[in-house]
Each structure stands twice: as C-alpha cells, then as structure tokens.
Design a protein. Structure first.
Length: 158
C-alpha cells in the first residue's frame, strides 16, 4: 500500500499494530473525494484489493459501500475516475495560472541571498585559496551549496 494514505489501523493503545478486520464493522472513512486515490490504477490495485482482503467497507460522506459486491466495485471505480479527473483539472488550472502570472510579471523567484558584488568577492576569496567552502558559507551567512553554486556559475563560460 502507498505511503501517505489512511492506513487500516486500530484506534487505542495498540493503534500502531494492524488490527484484525471485523467483518461488517471496519470502515475506511473518506472525507474528501480527491483524497481517495491518486489514480484509478492506484485505487484498484492498492486500496480496493486491500479493502476486499480485510473485508472493510468504504464510508464516503456517510454512505457505506461494500467494495466486494458488483455495485460497490462500480461505485468505487467511478469515484476513483472522478477523483483522478479532479486532481488532473487542479494541476492544469495551477499550471495555467502560473503561466498567466509569469506573463504579467507577477511570478517572481526568491530573492538571491548574495548581491552580485558579494558573490564576486566570495568567488575571488575562493580562487585565492584563502578559505574553504564551509568557511565562506559561514563568513557570508549562506549554505555551502550556495557557495558552490556561485563558484560553478563563475567558472561556467558565458
């Protein structure tokens, strides 16, 4: 089963141990449809098979569905299709909004930690061999990765 998903685990003192399924009583509660699964394949291969194996019912918005009978399978697959469509539409809208914001100049990158002058000074100190990368990072108040990226940028041909 995928990580970051509701696990079929018992509540109480031994909640970290998988509890035995109690046929007819155990339920997987899904509060939002988009949280059901990332894709139809994921829903069928991981979630539906595990629910069936443990004899757990699906509780969606107060309605209880049995994934072992024909109507339950149909409903579960249909809900998974809708959830995947919803996730795809959200991703599409986000990408479109980011393109529009970028075209209008509203989408900005994070401000650089060092000015151009500071970066040139840091690279000069490194080339002179006076300081290590870690010392430069501490001296300029940046991460070591920032130091090495600046050195790489300075060494790259224009």
């Amino acid at each position: 089963m995928c990580r970051n998903r509701p696990n079929l685990r018992r509540q109480g003192p031994d909640r970290n141990q998988p509890g035995p399924a109690e046929p007819g009583r155990d339920q997987l509660v899904v509060t939002k449809l988009k949280r059901l699964a990332r894709s139809v394949r994921d829903a069928h291969d991981d979630i539906a098979q595990e629910l069936t194996a443990r004899q757990v019912k699906l509780n969606l918005g107060g309605s209880i569905h049995d994934p072992t009978d024909a109507m339950g399978k149909l409903l579960f697959t249909t809900l998974a299709i809708i959830a995947e469509l919803e996730a795809d539409l959200t991703r599409l809208r986000t990408r479109e909004d980011m393109k529009i914001a970028k075209a209008k100049g509203r989408l900005r990158r994070k401000a650089p930690r060092l000015s151009v002058r500071q970066e040139a000074h840091m690279v000069a100190l490194h080339r002179a061999g006076e300081h290590t990368g870690a010392e430069l990072a501490e001296l300029f108040g940046v991460a070591r990765s920032t130091v090495y990226r600046a050195i790489d940028r300075a060494a790259a041909p224009l």
